[in-house]
Design a protein around this ligand. Structure first.
Ligand SMILES: Nc1ncnc2c1ncn2[C@@H]1O[C@H](COP(=O)(O)OS(=O)(=O)O)[C@@H](OP(=O)(O)O)[C@H]1O
Ligand SMILES: Nc1ncnc2c1ncn2[C@@H]1O[C@H](COP(=O)(O)OP(=O)(O)O)[C@@H](O)[C@H]1O
Length: 630
């Protein structure tokens, strides 16, 4: 949202707030009163409204003041009608997006309304209600760290200190549960003007600030210049021979001469100049500034790329976890595709699964498959392409996204990579000046001698699904037939080649990358190479396929050795599930680490439904068909 308030004093600080809370708890009344008490209303407006109310024999409704104020604004076409502002002794406070506004939640979720602080209004009579909790949760989800709770309508509870205490306990217990510590809890009566601009004599027991004082006591929100540099490329302009990349620096600092990295393309370049419109080039640009930059060398980069420094790059991944606030009228569906917008990047994503649903009322987590409007869920999303982003805990601006369905905003979420690896390591080729050498013995020579093609049979499945047992049996059969066959087994490879790797998401990815490359070499040597690794991530298996396909376009066969988690746990051949459940093994697949079943494997072997002999027969049949030479 633009700061359109040209009439604000340039030297004073502009502070953006949102006012949230349950319907009828007094948001509009509070704003109306704040406008009046700070002399922000057009001359005569208040008197006019008062006269109307008097004539009708009714008490003045402060929310009318806000309505009238907005109506006036709506006619002044030069002013952004969605913004309301007033002055405190210290600041110009802008209320971004008025409560009751139809698009309020959408604006909040899309981050258009990124507020410096929030006022959460609670009715002293009614106490904490559904929307109080939901809005509180939303503030937490959107990273609004400074919150003042405003306990309104104190006049209706006789300014009771006890009632104030009760609500303080309720509201702080809830906010504490979601990690929000309110900065102030102010008892007010918006209608009577108690503790808004001046201290009320009706609440002598209250020693804290008035609303205006609270607004001035909030911390100025620092621009995230100390963070790692992030500048999403918004556009690329061509002037003469020059390309100018434009965008807004979301975090960090950029200087001419800096070496920068573009993600996900992984190109690097040195910054030549930083330009802003109609002014000399900058020696330094900071978070919050929109700039144009030129590079020392000409690179082809597109909108959506993320600029960082080389040494502090964003995460690269095709898959991530998100805490998603759902606004769609239709529930979020597993398997369905949505459009993702993340900084300047737009991509299609598919919902892989919904892990938990979070009830914003009770904060209870429960399993579920349907994420409905106004609910929050932990979901896993996958894109076909590699995306560059950050985990929300480390970088707020590039760690959030929105989802669209048919151009309509249906959800907003925060990214976490918990249980998933950063794929950057396995996507970056570091060696340079490397040239491939041709073999003099061709693949055909080997096929002719062996009587079958080379290739990779990639077994994937949960621990205990039967990968090793099956792999070794199949190997025996093929060997007896005179085939060149070799099994690469997880436990064996991890004792040698991959002895330096554990089970973190990144280490599993590296494990599978190496095995994928070794298996491809075996295939190139004419072997039927069977691999038996859990290989829980689709992206890793896809990369292993890519390695084998460099040798032959149909060399890779993904085989899902499938058994229900319960079955695997019952079999528990090594007693590992038991240990995992007891918390003795961390990140155990299926228990405390994810397993992504193949979406389109070449073969599924169901070891739950069939005995070992039938499973072996199924795989050997498959091999006979696909590795045969005519
Ligand atoms: N945390 C954790 N999670 C999963 N598995 C564990 C873990 N710790 C040890 N093990 C043992 O390691 C075997 C899996 O190794 P992999 O190389 O196949 O795993 S992965 O593909 O890198 O995920 C696996 O063997 P299998 O039971 O044959 O699958 C286990 O014996
Ligand atoms: N149809 C089957 N195929 C393979 N193994 C089976 C089958 N039915 C039962 N099992 C048993 O399941 C266990 C699988 O263990 P293992 O082969 O070590 O699994 P993984 O290598 O996938 O961890 C073994 O004890 C095996 O005897």
């Amino acid at each position: 949202m633009q700061d359109s308030s040209s009439s604000l004093d340039m030297l004073r600080e502009t502070f953006k707030i949102v006012v949230v809370g349950h319907v009828d708890h007094g948001k509009s009344t509070l704003i109306g009163r704040l406008l009046y008490d700070t002399d922000s209303l057009p001359t005569g407006k208040f008197e006019e409204l008062k006269a109307i109310c008097d004539r009708r024999g009714m008490a003045l409704e402060w929310s009318f003041v806000l309505d009238a104020f907005q109506a006036e604004r709506d006619q002044a076409v030069t002013i952004d009608t969605t913004q309301i502002w007033f002055k405190t002794p210290k600041r110009d406070v802008v209320i971004i997006d008025a409560p009751g506004h139809r698009e309020f939640l959408k604006n909040m979720v899309s981050g258009a309304a990124s507020a410096d602080a929030a006022l959460l209004v609670v009715d002293a009579e009614e106490g904490v209600r559904e929307q109080t909790r939901r809005h509180g949760y939303l503030l937490h989800l959107l990273g609004v760290k400074q919150v003042a709770v405003v306990i309104n309508k104190m006049d209706l509870v006789d300014h009771s200190e006890d009632r104030y205490g009760e609500i303080v306990r309720d509201v702080t217990a809830y906010l504490h549960g979601i990690g929000v510590e309110p900065s102030f809890i102010v008892p007010i009566s918006a209608r009577e003007g108690d503790n808004i601009a001046k201290k009320s004599t009706s609440t002598p027991w209250y020693k804290g600030p008035t609303i205006l004082e609270a607004l001035d006591r909030f911390h100025s929100v620092t621009v995230p210049s100390e963070q790692a540099l992030r500048m999403p490329v918004q556009d690329v302009y061509h002037f003469d021979q020059r390309r100018i990349l434009v965008g807004r620096i979301e975090a960090g600092v950029l200087r001419p001469g800096d070496e920068i990295l573009f993600s996900p393309s992984n190109k690097t370049a040195r910054v030549k100049s930083l330009d802003i419109w109609d002014a000399p080039p900058l020696m330094e640009a900071h978070a919050g500034q929109s700039i144009g930059l030129t590079l020392e060398e000409q690179l082809f980069v597109e909108r959506g790329e993320m600029i960082s420094h080389v040494e502090d790059p964003p995460v690269l991944s095709t898959v991530f976890r998100a805490r998603l606030f759902w606004l769609g009228h239709k529930p979020l569906e597993v398997g369905k595709r949505y459009t993702l917008k993340l900084a300047t990047k737009t991509a299609n994503v598919t919902v892989v699964g919904i892990d938990t649903l979070i009830d914003t009322d009770s904060l209870a987590h429960r399993p579920g498959t349907k994420l409905e409007r106004n609910m929050i869920g932990e979901v896993v999303l996958r894109a076909r392409e590699v995306l560059a982003f950050d985990e929300h805990v480390s970088l707020d601006k590039t760690g959030r996204f929105v989802l669209l369905e048919d151009y309509d905003l249906v959800g907003g979420g925060l990214i976490s990579m918990e249980g998933y690896p950063d794929q950057r390591q396995s996507l970056t080729v570091r060696s340079t000046n490397v040239y491939s050498v041709e073999h003099t013995i061709t693949r055909e020579n080997r096929v002719v001698r062996n009587g079958h093609k080379g290739g990779v049979l990639w077994f994937t499945g949960l621990s205990g699904a039967g990968k090793s047992t099956l792999a070794m049996e199949v190997e025996k059969h093929l060997f007896q037939k005179g085939h060149q066959v070799y099994v690469l087994d997880g436990d064996n490879v991890r004792a040698g080649l991959n002895a330096n790797l554990g089970f973190s998401p990144e280490e599993r990815t590296e494990n599978i990358r190496r095995v994928g490359e070794v298996a491809a070499l075996f295939a190139d040597a004419g072997f039927i190479c069977i691999t038996a690794f859990i290989s829980p991530y689709q992206a890793d298996r896809d990369r292993a396929r890519g390695a084998a396909n460099r040798i032959d376009s149909d060399a890779f066969h993904e085989i899902h050795v499938s058994a229900d988690l319960n079955t695997c746990e019952r079999r528990d051949p090594k007693g590992l599930y038991k240990k995992a459940r007891a918390g003795e093994i961390l990140d155990f697949t299926g228990v405390s680490a994810p397993y992504e079943a193949p979406a389109t494997p070449e073969l599924v072997v169901d070891t739950d439904a069939k005995d070992l002999a039938s499973c072996v027969e199924q795989v050997v049949d498959y091999i006979d068909r696909t590795f045969r030479v005519e």
